[in-house]
Design a binder for this molecule. Structure first.
Ligand code: C2E
Ligand code: CA
Ligand code: CA
Length: 716
């Protein structure tokens, strides 16, 4: 190949090459040098190295050049020992960011076949510490080869081409490979001469080259000048199937009266890339727990806060500090301390939903970012879960270790709009928790603290109330509007809360629902209602129809149908007289699972009523498809609506539609004679409300004067 091709290739190497003559003038300088210090090859010619880099005067490099030229002595200067290195900077898109290149430098004497003495300087970027030693060894090896071969041959550049550690492959416009140097095939895992003369297309080993050739061809034709591409990265498959990364540069050499030649020059940077990835991970993640570290936390948390306003989301930031961690560390040693932190991070992660963020801030401090809706108890339940999970024993090498957690919570947007403010406030609240004895949760905002404390107290009290039998079922008559007889009763729960008197369900049902106690309470309700239904039946000598409210959680409890079946088997329930009330929203939101449960309950012989109709979806379509018998129109339609024509019109329409679907209609909230008469006028089947009776205790129910209703408390 022509000498200028070798020259071109040399200029493209990923290593700095300088050749200096005995009069200390630079006679050759490749493009790498130009890129990393800004002096072009033309400019430096016939200049002395020390004129360009005065800082090198009287340094080891200066002495190495002197030794090479005057004493034929080679030197290897590694970054570790090199006090002053070439002032070369990494090429960067922004000129202001100047990263100094860590380098290893080789200085060797060479003979180029004339009378003169020369020395060659080769400079490698060894910024990645792991690669430094390897690069040094390789560089030394390759330079030895270069020098050895140059000394033996006239064709100096061919030899440089062959002995460099950069892979070089030369090919035609069609992509057919003409030749390659040893490194070129070795990097791909082939024997040295594999590519030369073989019928291989460059695109098959380096995908994308075809497009490059096309681009270059068009450029050369239109501008008739040479294009050099910067180093780029490409992923290729090695001969043994392994994926490797190459840093490569592509060039075309227009040759007069002959076909253009193209070549790629490349380095295997797989190891460097892996190191970079490892370093990236190290910079972003905590190496002990693999959780995001503090810096990364700020980045991801700020990203999470972005757009929350628009989506009307609330965000809670939890600051968690482990109680007694220092004692564990001091007692059992750092090894156990580390394992404890690892286990803590696993438990923390398990307390969260998929989209929540947890990070280790430092030592035994962790932070969490969780998004939630306005009415959501997410921050409280997450905090409670954490306290309970971290409170469970940790067992290491047979030692049972007990720690706790102190948690501070700040909320977006009330407490702050950026993560720094929120975290500071959460941290401050965490200190409050710690100062109050640890194993506690504190909100930054007082109001939240109060509402949380009330809720937590409510939970404790409900639990105790179940044990102490503080609940009682009340019964509200449902009246047949056609003849004022009693159709049945709705069971409604009441709580005799110590020092609070009789507490209505609205004050505690939602808390019981949120903390899951409703399942336990619901079991009690069903059992109690059924026993009262039997009592009424026995007392009156006839079955009494009874409706029982089911909360969503109860309805989703997969064992509900089994429990009911056991009641039937043990003759504790007569499904013919029992109606379960469920609201339409809960039925629809529960999806297929709810529909399946509904069908199971129905199959056991119970009836189903849709409660509070008109407050949610008010959709009739599902009523047609599901086995539902009764529709209860929500009381809001009738309370204070004597003069509200729209409300009354709606009630009349609902009744008509429900009848068209063969449903029995109960209107709740009948408070006056006028409303009762209105309902009779629109042929509503049943009325329920204070006009007839308030919810009554079992004794009051049994005592109501049967004359009050034409046919008494009977099923008709
Ligand atoms: P709900 O199922 O809609 O029950 C009807 C509520 O309306 C009852 O309130 C009842 O006292 C009230 N009410 C009846 N007639 C009138 C009237 O004419 N005017 C007015 N203003 N109100 C009337 P209560 O007993 O306070 O129950 C409230 C809610 O608590 C119930 O609404 C139900 O959702 C829930 N709840 C009550 N008992 C239970 C229960 O045993 N289990 C479950 N899961 N929830 C229950
Ligand atoms: Ca109800
Ligand atoms: Ca209702």
């Amino acid at each position: 190949m022509a000498k200028n091709i070798y020259l071109r290739i040399l200029s493209q190497l990923d290593t700095g090459i300088i050749v200096i003559s005995s009069d200390r003038n630079i006679i050759y300088w490749n493009d790498w040098m130009y890129i990393h210090c800004g002096y072009s090859p033309e400019l430096v010619k016939s200049h002395k190295l020390m004129e360009l880099f005065p800082e090198l005067i009287d340094t080891r490099i200066d002495r190495a050049v002197f030794k090479a030229l005057d004493y034929k002595c080679p030197s290897i200067l590694s970054a570790k020992l090199l006090k002053v290195t070439f002032p070369l900077y990494k090429k960067s898109i922004t000129s202001c960011s100047k990263t100094f290149i860590t380098q290893s430098v080789l200085v060797k004497p060479i003979e180029l076949g004339d009378e003169d003495d020369y020395c060659i300087i080769s400079i490698s970027d060894t910024s990645s510490a792991d690669l430094r030693e390897k690069a040094l060894r390789e560089q030394s090896h390759s330079l030895n080869n270069i020098i050895k071969q140059i000394q033996k041959s006239d064709n100096q550049f061919k030899l440089i081409f062959d002995s460099t550690t950069n892979g070089i492959i030369v090919f035609e416009e069609s992509g057919k490979i003409i030749s390659s140097n040893g490194a070129g095939s070795a990097i791909f895992g082939y024997p040295e001469d594999h590519f030369s003369g073989a019928d291989i297309n460059i695109d098959s080993i380096m995908p994308g080259t075809k497009g490059r050739i096309k681009y270059f061809k068009e450029h050369i034709e239109s501008k008739n000048n040479r294009q050099i591409m910067d180093f780029e990265e490409v992923e290729v498959i090695r001969h043994d199937g392994e994926t490797i990364f190459l840093s490569y540069s592509f060039d075309c050499m227009p040759i007069k009266n002959s076909k253009n030649k193209y070549f790629v020059s490349f380095n295997d940077i797989t190891e460097k890339k892996r190191t970079e990835e490892a370093l990236f991970h190290l910079a972003k993640y905590d190496s002990l727990t693999n959780l995001p570290n503090r810096n990364n936390f700020f980045d991801i948390a700020n990203r999470a806060l972005n757009g929350c306003d628009r989506r009307r989301e609330l965000v809670s930031v939890l600051f968690i500090d482990i109680d007694r961690f220092k004692t564990v560390n001091d007692t059992y040693g750092h090894n156990v301390g580390d394992r404890l932190l690892q286990e803590v991070s696993i438990r923390l992660t398990n307390c969260l939903r998929k989209d929540d963020i947890v990070a280790r801030l430092s030592g035994d401090e962790f932070a969490i970012v969780a998004k939630h809706n306005v009415d959501d108890r997410a921050p409280i339940s997450i905090a409670e879960k954490i306290i309970s999970e971290i409170g469970k024993a940790f067992i290491f090498d047979g030692n049972e270790i007990h720690i706790g957690s102190s948690i501070g919570i700040a909320q977006y947007p009330e407490d702050g709009k950026d993560i720094e403010t929120l975290l500071t406030k959460a941290d401050r609240s965490m200190y409050d928790s710690k100062n109050s004895g640890g194993n506690l949760v504190r909100f930054f905002t007082n109001e939240m603290n109060r509402s949380m404390q009330t809720r937590i107290k409510m939970e404790v009290d409900i639990r105790r109330a179940i044990e102490n039998n503080e609940f009682e079922m009340y019964f509200q008559p449902l009246i047949n509007l056609s003849d004022s007889s009693i159709y049945g009763v709705e069971t409604l729960i009441r709580w005799h809360r110590p020092n609070c008197g009789l507490v209505l369900p609205e004050e505690f049902i939602s808390t019981a629902e949120e903390c899951g106690l409703i399942v336990q309470l619901g079991d009690w309700i069903i059992e109690n209602a059924l026993s009262k239904q039997r009592l009424l039946t026995e007392t009156l000598g006839e079955g009494v129809r009874m409706t029982i409210n089911l909360s969503p959680r109860q309805f989703r409890d997969s064992s509900l149908a089994d429990k009911l079946e056991i009641f039937i088997e043990n003759n504790l329930a007569d499904p013919n007289f029992i109606v379960f009330e469920i609201t339409e929203g809960h039925l629809l939101e529960g999806g297929k699972q709810s529909v399946d449960m509904l069908k199971k309950i129905k199959k056991l012989g119970f009836s189903i009523a849709i409660d509070d109709f008109g407050t949610g979806y008010s959709s009739f379509s599902y009523l047609r498809d599901l086995p539902i018998e009764i529709l209860k129109i929500d009381k809001s339609f009738l309370i204070d609506s004597e003069n509200d024509a729209t409300s009354l019109k709606l009630v009349s329409c609902i009744v008509d539609l429900a009848h068209a679907l063969d449903l029995t209609v109960i209107a709740e909230g009948v408070e006056s004679e006028t409303i009762k008469e209105f309902l009779q006028g629109v042929h509503c089947d049943i009325g329920q409300g204070y006009y007839f009776d308030k919810p009554l205790s079992i004794n009051d129910l049994l005592a109501i004067n049967s004359d009050k209703y034409e046919k008494g408390l009977r099923k008709h």
